[in-house]
Design a protein around this ligand. Structure first.
Ligand SMILES: [Zn+2]
Length: 235
């Protein structure tokens, strides 16, 4: 362990304590790192910022602290690779944040072997959000980079239940663009994407229902209970 690493290890306890204090005060999660940094001595701050810039930042990453249990969260799901918890400053009741436990900033950095499980978790949480708070809609949002509104540099999906007239705005004004411009931009993106999808499976064929002589059966009582819930989710 280098001298710098030793100093950093000592600092970690102080960082955790300060983060806990901010959390107890009700500081919004996305402001905790900044508040903690402000409380450090100039030399300590420099050390932390240097470590963050050279290591990718897990030492002071709020979501890493939640993943490791150092910072408490209201968990709704957890396994070896992922944890999902309620946002401490929710956009709406039932607003969930779902993260991989490993520290990666951009979605594209997630190891391929976690893709399917992460997508599955997001699907499950989307349905759970509908049912858990009887939402009328659910937004699934994922931001990459500060310019896109990513406040914590650790991959996360927001699962936000929506209700009629809930005053949440995700709207933008559509820009005017000529077909030739669209094609030019598409060409550049297509080239970057094509090589990355070589291992993708061939189109999955959805099994068609076999024709049957059986008369359609009445739904069971359990199915009847389920039907309105499913129907409610349709736009
Ligand atoms: Zn992290």
């Amino acid at each position: 362990m280098s001298e710098t690493e030793e100093k950093l290890a000592g600092l970690q306890a102080k960082l955790n304590k300060l983060a806990q204090e901010e959390l107890a005060k009700g500081t919004p999660r996305d402001q905790i790192v900044q508040k903690v940094l402000e409380k450090l001595e100039p030399e300590e701050r420099e050390l932390v910022e240097h470590a963050a810039s050279t290591s990718g930042g897990p030492q002071q990453c709020l979501f890493c602290s939640i993943a490791s249990g150092k910072v408490p969260a209201t968990t709704v799901y957890e396994d070896g690779n992922f944890i999902a918890f309620l946002d401490i400053n929710p956009a709406n009741s039932g607003h969930i944040v779902a993260i991989p436990k490993g520290h990666y900033q951009f979605l594209s950095e997630l190891p391929d072997e976690l893709d399917a499980a992460y997508m599955k978790l997001i699907k499950v949480l989307e349905a759970a959000a509908f049912q858990g708070v009887e939402a009328k809609g659910v937004n699934v949002l994922q931001n990459n980079g500060a310019a896109a509104g990513q406040r914590v540099p650790h991959i996360h999906f927001h699962i936000i239940p929506r209700f009629e007239n809930d005053k949440i705005s995700l709207d933008w004004e559509g820009k005017k663009m000529e077909p030739a411009q669209l094609e030019e931009i598409a060409k550049r993106i297509r080239e970057k994407a094509a090589g990355q999808m070589k291992s993708a499976p061939k189109q999955v064929v959805v099994q068609e229902e076999k024709p049957t002589d059986k008369k359609p059966q009445k739904p069971t009582k359990e199915e009847q209970k389920e039907l309105p819930r499913v129907r409610r989710r349709l736009p």
